[in-house]
Design a protein around this ligand. Structure first.
Ligand code: FAD
Length: 356
């Protein structure tokens, strides 16, 4: 049997691409090793349309956000599981100037889909340090990523298209005519690598300028249960009785170990942002597959046409994956164009320099 696709990796990227291929009725097989420290298993899963220190609309929000909730809800229905939790995110202002800027934007149609309310005085007195008020966002929330991966894996397992195995590049053969990728006697027309940060070891794609970033998250148990996500400098995301607090950013230490520096950094930020009394109940670390230009790496290998990549989702896998998995599927099946900003062709010069 010749498959249309092999997918290597079943994090947010591999799962979301697999769902789009499934919906198109093509035949594929997923190879994956489940690891509790993989980026997707560690991710807080937030999707937030207004991000960064300067509180700007996140890159391509108007393309990504209208699609993402409908996609994850569709998969909830297919798998009969729950993993998407739309929730308001509250971002306190840091100055009266910032408050004025946002009041001026209040009638700006560009933000209408994302801003529920602009508050000019504290919305959470006694809980938050927000003397200038803040913005309450909508079209936001979080994906319980481990639950999404588990439901997807169970579904693909039942369809007998999932294999729990470590994929070895050394066993991969590209047929002489370059029409197929072959592994262990099985052939596919396309093999798409969705390996997250492991891609830096992939001999076919290691030339892409990844810029991996470690992140740590603290679990805390506040004395009072919270409902709204707070986000300024850090996020405080309520999940049941606990809250996840993140994240740190470290480009140098790329280990999976949690650190006392990470904990101190996050605890100092909690104290600056709010007045919550809490106990620390856990700490985890993961590596984000970020890229030099902060845009995803999507596309076909410049030389080996059966090979492709869907990676580089960086800090925003939850919001980037659905829209770009759909776009990549249309590229693979119908030859449509990828956005030049995400297409790995923008780095073909680096591949050529590896060859010479
Ligand atoms: C601390 C932290 C907080 C984060 N918070 C958020 C957030 O709030 N919102 C958000 O959108 N994003 C967040 N992210 C980023 C998000 O986690 C990533 O964008 C996303 O998980 C990347 O998914 P991926 O599928 O590309 O990679 P991964 O999740 O790493 O998945 C790759 C999969 O491929 C498997 N694999 C790799 N190589 C092989 C092989 N050779 N054979 C078989 N299997 C293989 C791995 O085991 C893994 O299962 C966070 C990340 C971190 C670290």
């Amino acid at each position: 049997m010749i498959f249309d696709f092999f997918i290597v990796g079943q994090g947010i990227a591999g799962s979301t691409l697999a769902w789009h291929l499934w919906e198109e009725g093509v035949n594929f097989k997923v190879f994956n090793v489940t690891k509790k420290e993989s980026s997707s298993m560690v991710a807080a899963g937030l999707y937030n349309p207004v991000t960064g220190r300067k509180m700007v609309k996140t890159w391509n929000a108007d393309l990504l956000f209208p699609y993402l909730e409908s996609f994850y809800q569709r998969i909830e229905q297919k798998t009969n599981q729950s993993f998407l939790y739309p929730k308001p995110i509250y971002r306190p202002f840091v100055s009266v100037e910032e408050q004025n800027d946002w009041l001026a934007k209040a009638d700006n149609k560009a933000f209408a889909a994302y801003v529920e309310k602009i508050a000019t005085s504290s919305l959470f007195p006694g809980v938050l340090n927000d003397p200038w008020g803040g913005i309450l966002l909508k079209s936001s929330g979080y994906l319980d990523v481990p639950a999404y991966l588990k439901a997807s894996q169970a579904f693909f397992n039942r369809q007998q298209v999932y294999q729990e195995v470590s994929f070895g590049w050394q066993d991969l053969r590209i047929t002489k005519d370059k029409d197929y990728a072959e592994i262990g006697g099985q052939k596919a027309r396309h093999l798409i690598f969705c390996e997250g940060p492991e891609a830096i070891k992939n001999p076919f794609f290691h030339w892409l300028p990844f810029h991996l970033v470690k992140g740590e998250i603290l679990y805390i148990k506040p004395e009072e249960r919270q409902e709204v996500v707070f986000n300024r400098g850090i996020f405080i995301l309520p999940v049941g009785e606990e809250c996840k607090v993140g994240s740190t950013y470290d480009h140098h230490d790329l280990s999976y170990q949690t650190t006392s520096e990470g904990r101190t950094f996050l605890e100092e930020k909690i104290q600056k942002l709010c007045k919550l009394r809490y106990q620390v109940s856990g700490q985890i670390a993961g590596i984000r597959p970020a890229t030099q230009d902060r845009k995803p790496f999507i596309g076909i290998h410049p030389e080996h046409k059966p090979l492709g990549i869907f990676n580089g989702l960086g800090t925003k896998g939850v919001s980037l994956a659905p829209y770009y998995a759909k776009q990549f599927t249309l590229r693979l099946l119908e030859g449509q164009f990828l956005d030049t900003e995400v297409d790995i062709q923008r780095f073909n010069h680096l591949y050529n320099s590896v060859l010479t």
